[in-house]
Design a binder for this molecule. Structure first.
Ligand code: PLP
Length: 423
């Protein structure tokens, strides 16, 4: 760790929250160089929905590497590329009556968001992007302009422009439907809000605090976007690939986004892979107009195909995720009510947040949890929400063990914070 401190930029972050050297990992367990086994409820911030080194997926890429097939070929045609699009089309899109074209972007989520915003601006001839309070879309300047967090925004060093923030579902309290406000300002020619090229939304805000948008609200936002002549973009970078219980996070609301942004768990193995799914009539790109060296890396496409084949050919996996999500929710709700007042549990599927209301309580709890063998991350404006993103493939025993460690850590932290009793 000392060598790391000497060598690596001050910007490093997770090695501070989880101070250990990790040597191996399998499924939901990470192993440190001292041989300590730690349960992983962070899952690469949602990039490891199928766990670390998933053996089925690994076999596919090991075989691909062993055969000297093309690993890097820019966006030249390869069987791996074709097979991914065919597999994804049959088992993900066609089964859901969806029809989209694939655009492989640079490998990060932010790369894909940039491409989506650029395409929306090109299609509509407009500049403004409507995004939402507490939204998170990545660190590049265009994506950051649409992200709420002040700490990150300040770090950009340039004026962030081109986005207008609207209140997310629930932002003004449970009694207010914030989509009414969006409708008003977009239809009012004198509202001061420029007509948007796109409305960009997460169905559950992962970094923003596990804020959950309701079905009706999402449907309104989509309808308002259409009425305003804007593209409707769902950022499914973190909540896609089964995290909320279905492959896409918007299926429960039967949305039909113009563009779907996918990354994080898309490759199924933690390999970088990002893409846009674009509705047929909106593919306005000219050949080569948006480019990049690492668009659709073949190795990642092979693992992505294996992930679809392993988990998404029928409903079984999705039902399992929903079952485990319910298990987590009821356990966390029991913890919330057992340990005092003011704790809230939010989320959908296996993306759950435990709102501690106070950043320092969440921080101390997460730190204690790590000492006891659990990796959990925090999110929200003050990092006041403990975030649970276990691998979707986790077994019940490990899941319960992790939740147990969380409860002990919270209880001990609360006892510590209340201090010695006065005499
Ligand atoms: C992580 C994330 C991004 C950015 O992805 P990177 O790969 O970190 O650039 C964008 N949107 C959402 C919702 C994310 O969770």
């Amino acid at each position: 760790m000392q060598a790391l401190e000497a060598l690596e930029s001050n910007v490093r972050s997770y090695s501070r929250s989880f101070p250990a050297v990790f040597t191996r990992a399998h499924g939901s367990i990470m192993i440190t160089e001292e041989g300590r086994k730690i349960i992983d409820f962070l899952s690469g911030a949602g990039a490891l929905n199928y766990g670390h080194n998933n053996h089925g997926i690994k076999a596919a890429i090991a075989e691909y590497l062993a055969s000297d097939a093309v690993v890097h070929g820019l966006d030249m045609a390869t069987p791996a590329r074709l097979e991914f699009m065919e597999t994804f089309s049959s088992f993900i899109l066609r089964q859901r009556d969806l029809q989209y074209r694939f655009q492989f972007t640079g490998p990060t989520g932010a790369n894909a968001i940039e491409a989506a915003l650029k395409l929306s601006r090109k299609v509509t001839g407009r500049q403004n992007i409507v995004s939402f309070t507490h939204g998170y879309h990545g660190m590049s300047v265009g994506a950051l302009a649409a992200s709420g967090n002040r700490f990150y925004r300040t770090g950009s060093g340039v004026p962030l422009s081109g986005a207008t923030f609207m209140p997310y579902d629930g932002y003004l309290g449970p009694g207010v439907d914030t989509s009414d406000y969006l409708r008003m300002v977009l239809l009012d020619k004198s509202s001061g809000v420029d007509s948007p090229a796109a409305v960009l939304v997460e169905t559950v805000q992962g970094e923003g605090g596990i804020n959950v948008a309701g079905k009706e609200w999402l449907r309104s936002i989509q309808a308002i976007a259409r009425d305003a002549g804007a593209l409707f973009i769902v950022d499914d970078v973190q909540m896609g690939c089964g995290r909320t219980g279905n492959f896409f996070s918007f299926e429960f609301a039967a949305l039909s986004p113009d563009i779907i942004v996918m990354s994080k768990s898309l490759s199924g193995y933690g390999l970088p892979l990002s893409m846009l799914l674009i509705k047929d009539g909106l593919d306005a790109w000219r050949p080569g107009e948006h480019t990049g060296t690492f668009r659709g890396n073949n190795l990642a496409l092979v693992s992505a195909t294996a992930a679809v084949n392993s988990y998404w050919r029928n409903e079984t996996f999705s039902q399992e995720v929903q079952r485990k999500g319910e298990l987590m929710r009821s356990r966390l709700e029991a913890i919330a009510s057992a340990h005092g007042n003011g704790f809230f549990v939010r989320g959908r599927g296996m993306a759950l947040g435990f709102d501690c209301q106070r950043g320092e309580l969440a921080e101390a709890t997460a730190r204690k949890a790590f000492d006891k063998g659990l990796i959990v991350e925090r999110c929200g404006a003050d990092d006041e929400v403990v975030k649970f993103l276990p691998a979707l493939t986790i077994d019940d025993e490990t899941l319960n063990e992790g939740l147990e460690i969380f409860e002990e850590s919270l209880a001990e932290t609360l006892r510590g914070l209340s201090g010695p009793s006065p005499r």
